[in-house]
Design a protein around this ligand. Structure first.
Ligand SMILES: Cc1ncc(COP(=O)(O)O)c(C=O)c1O
Length: 397
């Protein structure tokens, strides 16, 4: 009845768990016993718990009041494209012109448009598994062949070059990287990045470097693959505002890429969206050009929460968790418990009142792990840890 291309598409598992949690909170009679809704600690959705800074909100309000309410340029308003070009040139140490920038309604749609613009039947796409849940379905949607590469815990979830080599073929069209990484919080090791560049520099492939967590790195400086000599031309840098500036609901993101590719990606975007919402674009300019202190302050808060959740998880029998180097996710190994990650996530939700995500939301190699987003208050994280510890001690020891 429906087109074959949508047969494999489902809402992401993150929203499935959020919906279940909301139902429990609203309808205790379904699963709880008390009159009040069940108390749930939300550690599932990858959104900052902070609010968007006021200077950014004010910029949007001002442009709305000033009448920036009509269609604007499909690839983004010139001021935002120029601001992004200057920002990416400075932070990645490359030259970027505004016509290499495409502004979109979030980073996710840029992934979608880019894959539609590049991939067709027979093309292979290499991407991390575990990995962000958009890469695979969109590849299939475009008719491409998904080639997941296993990121392993023993390597701190950096890449395994042998895995990449094993997946590279004459049909490889796109290699997707994402560091700092969702869902593991892993970061690519410098020596792995150097070796990867040597491997791909002379190949006729595109690299999508998903850098939406580039400003959420706890140790060392962020290094983009685009910064290596000869790599900018084949790399699409994906970044945005959702995570860095707590703007997930605004829907604003961007890609920086070869200008002919940018023209095609913007053409797909125009067919779909006409343009990105006009009056939020000056807020993007303000986010990048305005004071950055709050980004650093929040990173320190996330670092503290990271240490609380990782130390707490590691103190629970049969659970072990690598300390993430970036983003706001903890990805503990739960294999010793002897149940699937989905079953554990469901039981933690229904029996312990903690909502997290099963690893399998992020790919077939992610069985045996669950993901917690630590964008919640220290006290809630501590309470979640108490609940998990109590539940595991009672049920598994
Ligand atoms: C790795 C990664 N890339 C891209 C996105 C999309 O971000 P947005 O569309 O909100 O800009 C996310 C969101 O969770 C992500 O984790």
């Amino acid at each position: 009845m429906f087109a074959k291309r949508v047969a494999h598409l489902r809402p992401t598992g993150a929203f499935e768990f959020l919906d279940k949690a909301k139902k429990l909170e609203a309808h205790p009679s379904q699963h709880g016993t008390g009159r009040e809704g069940k108390s749930i600690i939300h550690l599932e959705i990858g959104a900052p718990d902070f609010d968007t800074p006021d200077n950014i909100k004010d910029a949007a309000i001002k442009s709305l009041k000033n009448g920036l309410t009509k269609y604007v340029q499909g690839a983004g308003i010139p001021e935002l494209r120029e601001t992004i070009a200057t920002h990416i040139a400075k932070t990645r140490n490359i030259s970027v012109s505004p016509d290499e920038v495409v502004v979109g309604p979030g980073a996710s749609p840029i992934i979608f448009y880019l894959i539609l613009a590049l991939i067709e039947a027979g093309d292979e796409v290499i991407y991390p598994d575990p990995g962000f849940f958009t890469y695979e379905p969109v590849t299939i949607f475009a008719g491409g062949t998904p080639c997941p590469v296993h990121l392993i815990e023993e390597k701190g979830f950096s890449i395994d070059l042998e895995e990449i080599k094993a997946n590279l073929s004459p049909r490889t069209k796109l290699l997707i990287l994402n560091f700092p990484h969702n869902p593991t919080g892993g970061m690519i090791l410098k020596e792995d990045l150097d070796a990867l560049v040597d491997l791909v520099r002379d190949r006729d492939i595109w690299i999508l470097s998903d850098e939406v967590y580039s400003q959420m790195l706890y140790e060392g400086d962020f290094c983009s693959i685009a910064s290596y000599p000869g790599m900018k031309e084949k790399t699409i840098i994906l970044d945005g505002f959702s995570k860095t500036y707590a703007m997930t609901g605004w829907r604003l993101g961007y890609g920086v890429m070869d200008k002919e590719l940018a023209y095609k990606v913007a053409s797909v975007l125009i067919q779909c969206n006409s343009c990105t919402t006009s009056f939020i674009q000056p807020a993007g300019v303000e986010a990048i050009k305005g004071p950055q202190g709050i980004v650093k302050e929040r990173l320190e808060i996330y670092r503290k929460r990271r240490d609380i959740i990782v130390d707490g998880l590691n103190s629970i029998p049969k659970i072990r968790c690598v300390r993430p180097k970036g983003a706001f996710y903890a990805f503990p190994n739960i294999k010793e418990l002897g149940i699937s990650s989905r079953e554990l996530a469901l039981r933690l939700l229904y029996e312990a009142g903690v909502c997290c995500l099963p690893g399998t939301v992020f790919g077939k190699f992610a069985e045996g792990y669950i993901r917690f987003t630590y964008s919640n208050s220290e006290s809630n994280i501590k309470e979640a840890l108490n609940r998990i510890k109590k539940f595991i001690s009672k049920e598994f020891t």
